[in-house]
Each structure stands twice: as C-alpha cells, then as structure tokens.
Write a protein that binds this ligand. Structure first.
Ligand SMILES: [Fe+2]
Length: 294
C-alpha cells in the first residue's frame, strides 16, 4: 500500500521511517496525567508565556486544560481565544450571536419547544464518543473547540478525551489497510435530516489531511443516522476502534471540569458522562473554530 498523505509537516506518513519516528515520539509522551496538562491563568494578567505553555501542550497532546483564577465572561472568553489565534468561529442552530453555545440541560423546555430536545448535548444524558461537527463536510469542518465550565453539575458530567493521532497510530500498527479504508472520501455518510428542508446527505472520510499537513478525524460511535460504506472489513475496523477507545485506558484522559476551568482541543475524540444538576445548573460554554491551535 502507499501513503500519499503527509502529516504535521515535515513528517511524511508515506515514508515509513519518518512515520515510525513520529509514532515513537508520540507514544513516548504516555502515560501522562491530566493534571500535568493544566495551566493556571490569571484573568487580570494573561501572560504570553502561559499562552505558549498552552500551545506547547496542545502541540503534544492536541488538547490542553486551563484554569482561570476567577470567573470570566463571554467577552473575555472570546479575547482569550483570539490570543490563541482561534478566530474563525463556527455557528450552529443553538449558538448565540457570538457563536457561543451554552451547553446546559434544556430538556425541561420540551413542552414549549420540542426542537431543543433533539440534541442530546443539551440534555443531562451521556454523549458517546465523537469529534465535533462530524456531520459537516470536510471543507467546513470543525478543527478545534474550546469548552469552558461556568458551573459544574452536582454529580457526573465528566469528559473523556483521546487524541485522534493515537487512534490513527494504533489502527495503522494493527493493519495499514484500515487507514486506507478510513481515508476514503465516501466511507461515512450522514443521511439528510428530514426535519430540515434543505438538508443534504454528507459523505466524507474518517481520517483526512489538511492543506497544512495536519491529521483530522471525523467520527461518531452512534449507530443511528450514520451509514458506513459497505466494505468487507469496515465492521472489523469499527470493532477495533470501539474496543480501543472503550477498553484500552492507557491513552484516555478523564476530566471533570470545575468552575473557571476549560479545555481547548484540536477536535480530538471525546465523550461525556451523564450528570445530575443540583441547585445550580451545569453550564458549559463551547466555541468551535475552523482552524486549529498551532
Ligand atoms: Fe463534542
């Protein structure tokens, strides 16, 4: 087989020696504790050195965690993103005028507004493994996102994260043909949403390489509303991915965001546990971007 794609230039995935070097470097970063990936930030003096630390951690793990010393508002959150060169934010039907989504349990709105209950993120239910915006075509796909905790749940709501580059490595090590299949442009199809008039079916790859040479992943563990191209080994591949992300804990970070904490990720694979609100409701702010932290 041949690899005609490159990753994180100057690493060329088509060159086995370069790939092996990159792979070994990447795997040598583990095991790592999520507490070492957390940067403390001062709201009143956001230091360039702290921003550099965040970028450095993201450069290694494709995500970093931060904690502000006090509460920040939406305007500050946007400024913070800007400083990380995250500028081109992406809207969605439930985001506000600044493309910020307020992720909270809205299921009580069911009686008044049934459309809101369609989206599991806006309930207290668990969210299975996915990358954000996997249902978008790759030319407008989500390359990074920030998730900021304004208030945590009384119980539950933990996030689990795994760097998609690690998944790539394990798939390629197991069977390089798996990668070729997952890079096919029509391997995963999201059928049109019948509730949206102009909705179209979207076909795309699971893994693809950007213009700048970065590796991206589109994936969801959901079984409904997703059509996999019929291929003899696609079921083996899906089984392999599912067992890797559910049973192999070596590369999975678990993260319970507390007030004023958040994480920034180059759209790595993640999932969320169900949660229960107390007097205060769980509220997370999310902004998605068309570019990565680099
Ligand atoms: Fe997500």
């Amino acid at each position: 087989m041949s690899y005609s794609h490159k990753i994180n230039s100057p690493f060329l995935l088509e060159n086995e020696t370069d790939y092996k070097r990159w792979r070994n470097e990447k795997l040598s970063l583990y095991p790592e504790s999520v507490s070492n990936l957390l940067i403390q930030l001062n709201k009143d003096s956001l230091l360039l050195s702290d921003l550099k630390k965040i970028k450095k951690i993201i450069g290694k793990y494709n995500f970093a965690v931060y904690e502000f010393n006090s509460k920040i508002d939406d305007e500050f959150l946007q400024k913070f993103c800007k400083k990380l060169k995250l500028i081109e934010s992406v809207s969605n039907p439930l985001s506000d005028i600044n493309n910020i989504s307020n992720i909270t349990d809205n299921s009580a709105f069911k009686i008044n507004n049934s459309s809101k209950t369609e989206y599991i993120p806006y309930t207290n239910k668990k969210l299975n493994w996915h990358t954000d915006g996997y249902y978008y075509p790759i030319d407008i796909s989500v390359k990074s996102f920030l998730l900021h905790c304004e208030s945590q749940a009384e119980q539950g709501g933990k996030n689990f994260l795994i760097d998609h580059e690690i998944i790539y490595i394990f798939l390629r090590d197991h069977n390089p043909d798996y990668i070729d299949i997952l890079m096919q442009k029509d391997i995963m199809e999201i059928p049109r949403n019948k509730n949206i008039k102009k909705s179209k079916a979207i076909k795309g790859p699971v893994f693809y390489i950007d213009k700048d040479g970065s590796l991206n992943m589109r994936f969801t563990s959901r079984k409904q509303n997703i059509i996999w191209k019929k291929d003899d080994i696609i079921n083996d591949i899906k089984r392999f991915i599912e067992s890797f992300i559910n049973d192999d804990k070596r590369y999975i970070f678990d993260l319970l965001l507390k007030e004023n904490q958040g994480y920034i990720a180059n759209n790595i694979l993640h999932r969320r546990e169900e949660f229960n609100d107390g007097k205060k409701k769980r509220l997370l702010k999310r902004i998605r971007f068309l570019n990565r932290v680099s």
